[in-house]
Design a binder for this molecule. Sequence first.
Ligand SMILES: [Fe+2]
Length: 205
Amino acid sequence: MYEEKPLKFSKELKGISKKTLEIHHDKLYVGYVKKSNEILERLTELRKDIIAGNAVGNQTYSELRALKEGETFAVNGVYLHEYYFDALGGDGSAEKAPELSGAIAEKWGSIEDFQKYFTEAGMAARGWSLLVWDVKAKELRQYNSDAHNQGGVWGCIPIVVLDVYEHAYFIDYGSDRKSYIADFWKNFDWEVAEEIYKKSSQLEL
Ligand SMILES: [Fe+2]
């Protein structure tokens, strides 16, 4: 079963209000956890029917198809939000991630150039913008995702996860997504990213 994770920080964020966090974490994120569990329970039942020969999969419509589509949307909704929330509450200081900063500078020139590029990638996304460790390519990559279950590349570990759905910023910034992303960087906890980078970049598959 999937479990709700509380926010790790209690301090006020720069620009992102308590009200946004209450809606975003306590309602939307928790909603994905609940739906993930609901889907898992129904799939467990349906599996018994399939094994007994009383249900089948069909790509045009079947209950299994509907559940499978909802499953990836809901579970990615849980995971992506956890990466996002876990790295908020920091001070935006990239010096706290020396190894990751070095790898970013090697690929994109400098942290500032990377942030500029990543910010524009966030402006170009409809759902998520990510810096990942690509286990297949064995390097950092930036990917965008227009929905929780669309655009993801398998074999990648998320390191920086930015939610650009309007629910993440509209209350505080209106349509000014760019100012929201600027504040995302000010609130970003680079120590969290450094930890993920150190572990993921060691992966040998
Ligand atoms: Fe979100």
